[in-house]
Design a binder for this molecule. Structure first.
Ligand SMILES: O=C(O)CCC(=O)C(=O)O
Ligand SMILES: [Fe+2]
Length: 345
């Protein structure tokens, strides 16, 4: 049975930014996950976004399929159409979703947005665009606190270009609840998020779990309880790479539960052209960089291709763990070497 977890709570209204940054540093090192409260987004607006999300998923399947994502990034992905961890399940994850972005990057890595028709869902697009703006503002505040947490200038990630033309995504998710084969599937199979960080909004229906130590056998999965009004923040792979694993991109999954569940992930992936390389303050002779430098877009694109490939298995795409670049392969046998002791002060 999964244990219950008490994740740290970060209060964005606290006037003491240095103390907030210190708590964030601890939270990212211990869990890679924390709650964000007093984020400034009104509860009524969050409920409105959920309401619009429910309306989208309630559309007839053929309407949703008109927005089907052709290359598995922007657009609709039906139930079982992809698997976040292709090694854990042969068939797909038990959820449907739609990916949207309002990012204005100077060249297009991904498809154009696909919006439901205005007559079908009036105000849907404006609600999502407004959600995007609000979440991006919260995300940028958190990224600057992350920089402070690392002992850097709070504009550090801006200055290195990571936030220049930030690629961020909304992913509306719907887990259908009771289905015949729910017991043999997961709502979302184990994965870590690929980008810099994710802000997650859940509807109170349980299911989300984290595994703090992926190399431990057997793995310990802990329930992430819902905290009303809070967003859930988690570190993504790019921040883990920047910090040489000081900040943890923690593995998580969603159980397929009896109850229908909705959630909304907001992925902050950073500027596609920014180089992601170990921060000086996070490595030393005894603790050399664990990952080679990589351009943000290359990491994301390779990962998306591998995980979201139609057919649900890496094999179907001609990609295998063996021919993925080293940055995308799972850790070597026995996991990564242990982290050195760090005195956080
Ligand atoms: O639905 C959730 O609670 C988590 C979703 C998630 O982890 C993801 O989309 O990356
Ligand atoms: Fe995730």
């Amino acid at each position: 049975m999964a244990a219950d977890l008490k994740l740290p709570l970060i209060d964005l209204a606290s006037p003491d930014r240095a103390a907030t940054a210190k708590s964030i540093r601890q939270a990212c090192a211990d869990h890679g996950f924390f709650y964000v409260v007093n984020h400034g987004i009104e509860e009524s607006f969050l409920q409105q976004v959920f309401h619009e999300s429910r309306k989208f998923f309630a559309l007839p399947q053929d309407e949703k399929m008109k927005l089907e994502s052709k290359t598995d990034n922007r657009g609709y992905s039906p139930l079982l159409s992809h698997t976040l961890d292709s090694s854990s399940q042969v068939t797909g994850d038990l959820h449907e979703g739609i990916f949207l972005t309002c990012a204005k990057v100077r060249y297009s890595y991904f498809n154009a947005n696909q919006w439901p028709e205005e007559e079908l869902l009036p105000c849907w697009r404006t609600t999502m665009e407004s959600y995007y703006e609000k979440m991006l503002a919260v995300g940028k505040n958190l990224i600057s606190l992350m920089a402070l947490a690392l002992g850097l200038d709070d504009l550090f990630f801006e200055k290195i270009g990571a936030m220049h033309e930030t690629l961020a995504y909304i992913r509306l998710l719907h887990y259908p609840g009771k289905t015949l084969d729910a017991s043999s599937r997961l709502g979302a199979s184990p994965h870590s998020d690929f980008g810099m960080a994710t802000l997650l909004l859940t509807d109170g229906v349980p299911g989300l779990q984290i595994c703090r130590d992926k190399d431990r056998h057997p793995q310990l999965w802990e329930d992430v309880p819902h905290v009303a009004g809070a967003l859930i923040f988690n570190v993504g792979d790019l921040l883990e790479r920047w910090t040489n694993c000081l900040f943890r991109s923690t593995m998580h999954r969603v159980l397929a539960t009896e109850q229908e569940r909705y959630s909304i992930a907001f992925f902050i992936n950073g500027d596609p052209d920014c180089m992601v390389e170990c921060l000086e303050s996070c490595c030393s002779k005894e603790n050399p960089p664990r990952f080679p430098a990589i351009r943000g877009a290359d990491y994301l694109q390779e990962h998306i291709t591998a995980i979201y490939s139609r057919g649900n298995s890496i094999g179907d795409t001609g990609i295998s763990w063996g021919n993925l670049p080293p940055s995308l392969r799972p850790p070597q046998e026995g996991g990564y070497p242990p982290l050195p002791f760090i005195d956080w002060g």
